[in-house]
Design a protein around this ligand. Sequence first.
Ligand code: HMG
Ligand code: MG
Length: 309
Amino acid sequence: MDRLIITDVAPRDGLQNQPVTIATADKLRLIDLLVQAGVQSVEATSFVSPKAVPQMADAAEVTAQLLERQPQLRSSVLVPNLKGLERAHAAGAREIAVVLSATETMNRKNINMGLDQATTVSEETVRAALGLGMRTRAYVAVAFDCPFEGATPQARVVELARRMLDCGAQEVVIADTIGAASPGMVRERTRALLEHIPAEQLAMHFHDTRGMAVANAWAAVEEGVRRFDASVGGIGGCPFAPGAAGNAATEDLVLMAERSGLSTGIDLMGLLAAVDFAQDLLQRPLGGRSATWLRRQRDKQLESLAAAA
Ligand code: HMG
Ligand code: MG
């Protein structure tokens, strides 16, 4: 069966901007629950300035402990520069993700570099990671709309994505940072990208600000994309992109895939256990658009089990 490969970015994108402090042990427990649900790839944390993102200050502990607990799990860590790479490597990380935005202003707000410098630093970081034998992903953020500069030119997104692959990144992740894309835009941009990038190296990362994330993912699926980022419970958002809401919820993407003849290897009831855990952690109701329906299915299953006992 045709397969969708989902990277759950909740431990990084989902937790990076939460108002409540989350203990390292709870971050690891969330990842354990994702693995129990069948998730095979996560973005575990980020090695960024703890002044910029205090919630990720325990990146080294998360990385080292995760390696011990889940040695088989594919897990990436976000790094913005060589210093981040050095810290990630020292902690034992085997895969990094660099974060390049497609506009001047978004790079300045996010990583305090202009577009040219951010591109050069991302290239240097990818090359250095390869030299250390690490796997690499490269985000191209604000790939549809930028909160500061408006519509992002398609040609620039394609060029930056291609540059990331040319310097050795194994996967490029096209990110709709503020959830501004719609299926028609996704279809057009995906076609343009696939003229220059093999589908096996292309991933999509949708935020759900306008409720379009699942529709956008489906448009990309129809164009041949099979790799997606998503976040359990739909949590997430870049702290430096005003208006960014949570990511596409993993449970919504899995339900979309499984009901459309694509396998994911992920169990929806297992994901629901992770959503419930995250909800307790963040002390607010969570869950993608399918969560209410999924909870009803779980209640029905429990009732019929009780009736049979
Ligand atoms: P800066 O202030 O320009 O850095 O920040 P600097 O090189 O001038 O150094 C300043 C201080 O930071 C120094 O320490 C450095 O050592 C330290 P001091 O001498 O003051 O004690 N430093 C670091 N410390 C830890 N780890 C590092 C690091 N680098 C320098 N890697 C910097 C530049 C990039 C560090 C900063 O702007 C930063 O950390 N930004 C955080 C960016 C971030 O995490 N954004 C959210 C994630 S991106 C996202 O969510 C989008 C995504 O999901 C895709 C999408 O949806 O679009 C991926
Ligand atoms: Mg994001």
